[in-house]
Write a protein that binds this ligand. Structure first.
Ligand SMILES: [Zn+2]
Length: 122
């Protein structure tokens, strides 16, 4: 795990504790965030985030929804600015690619998926 994601997770564990992957609604409530469902997502992405609102494509499986929500929470925890801002910068596409990897790493490592005992120290 990269040190940026690891540091963010350690800080989040101190502040919020850990959540099971399926308990994302409880995390969102505690964090003052909410989810809305969309029939069609722009650019073909499965989910997105704007401020404290996560948008997820309707019809996703229980598992895919949880992964998408934790990925977006990862963006909220790790990243500032907008995709448009980053893409306007030189090599912005590389920055976006790194942020996507970090958000996915967060989604796998912060919540307890029931198969990662010992992945991070408590
Ligand atoms: Zn993302």
């Amino acid at each position: 795990m990269g040190w940026i994601v690891e540091d963010a997770i350690r800080a989040l564990v101190v502040r919020f504790g850990r959540y099971r992957a399926w308990d994302w609604p409880a995390f969102l409530e505690r964090a003052g965030m909410r989810i809305v469902w969309a029939d069609v997502m722009p650019w073909g992405v499965p989910a997105g985030i704007s401020g404290r609102v996560i948008v997820v494509q309707r019809g996703y499986s229980h598992y895919d929804t949880a992964l998408a929500v934790w990925h977006e929470i990862g963006h909220a925890v790790l990243h500032i600015g907008s995709v448009a801002d980053w893409l306007a910068m030189t090599c912005g596409d590389l920055i976006i690619a790194k942020q996507e990897r970090q958000a996915t790493e967060f989604a796998w490592c912060y919540p307890d998926w029931g198969c990662q005992e010992g992945l991070i120290d408590h």
